[in-house]
Design a protein around this ligand. Structure first.
Ligand SMILES: Nc1ncnc2c1ncn2[C@@H]1O[C@H](COP(=O)(O)OP(=O)(O)OP(=O)(O)O)[C@@H](O)[C@H]1O
Ligand SMILES: Nc1nc2c(ncn2[C@@H]2O[C@H](COP(=O)(O)O)[C@@H](O)[C@H]2O)c(=O)[nH]1
Length: 204
């Protein structure tokens, strides 16, 4: 029987660098994870592409997806819906590949209930002031939205004890190294060799 893949959930407060770290993980040529593209009702930011960054949906379309139980989890975050397509995640895990979700904390809690054996990683900033600095510097949010996201961040940081690992995003490359090391260790703990390392065991 095909061994199932590992569900890896990267979460943390808005602006901590989840998207940046995730993009760096996926820019590595030997990455062994499949990224699950989320659905959202948020308007695309400059440069964002439908089907690459998100599947952009109207509120009506999103609520229909909820009704049809097409989402593994969903949450309303600072006025917009975000959710993970369930069929993609289940099919990819069943094919033996690891799936990587980058989602906020309410959604991560829902996933934990459905996938208690998933690997849950919480990304933290070096400090709250650095977190604010990162959201402000990104330049994508209005002052009101920044304040709402900072208020949400304080509550979200209190959830870090619910995760398997906490990773500080002081520098992107260091955070990526830590995440890769955690995934390798988790595969070994579960007595599986991560697919990208199987070649080392191949006999010449
Ligand atoms: N280690 C880091 N050091 C300095 N700046 C960083 C670091 N990681 C990310 N950033 C910057 O912080 C800003 C926020 O990063 P990013 O958009 O990846 O955060 P996020 O957690 O995905 O946010 P959101 O949850 O709002 O989508 C970006 O401008 C990014 O370039
Ligand atoms: N619960 C979910 N949260 C998600 C999903 N996809 C992204 N996100 C998170 O939403 C916030 C805001 O994202 P932004 O792109 O508007 O800055 C951020 O924390 C994302 O990680 C999802 O499918 N489910």
């Amino acid at each position: 029987m095909q061994e199932k893949g590992l569900l890896i959930v990267l979460s943390g407060p808005s602006g901590v660098g989840k998207g940046t770290v995730r993009k760096e993980v996926f820019s590595q040529p030997d990455t062994a994870f499949e990224y699950s593209i989320s659905m959202t009702t948020r308007a695309p930011r400059e440069g964002e592409v439908d089907g690459v960054d998100y599947f952009f949906k109207s509120r009506e379309e999103f609520e229909q997806l909820i009704k049809e139980e097409k989402l593994l989890e969903y949450a309303e975050f600072v006025g917009n819906y975000y959710g993970t397509p369930v069929d993609y995640v289940r099919q990819t895990l069943d094919s033996g590949k690891d799936v990587f979700l980058e989602i906020e904390v309410q959604g991560a809690r829902q996933v934990r209930k459905k996938f208690p054996d998933g690997l849950f990683i919480f990304l933290v900033p070096p400090s709250l002031s650095e977190l604010k600095n990162r959201i402000v510097t990104r330049g994508t949010e209005t002052e009101d939205v920044i304040n709402n996201r900072m208020n949400a961040a304080r509550e979200e940081l209190e959830m870090m004890h619910l995760y398997d690992y906490v990773v500080e995003n002081d520098q992107v490359d260091r955070a990526v190294e830590r995440i890769n090391a955690i995934v390798i260790a988790e595969h070994l703990r579960r007595e599986r060799v991560e697919p990208r390392y199987k070649r080392i065991l191949e006999v010449d």
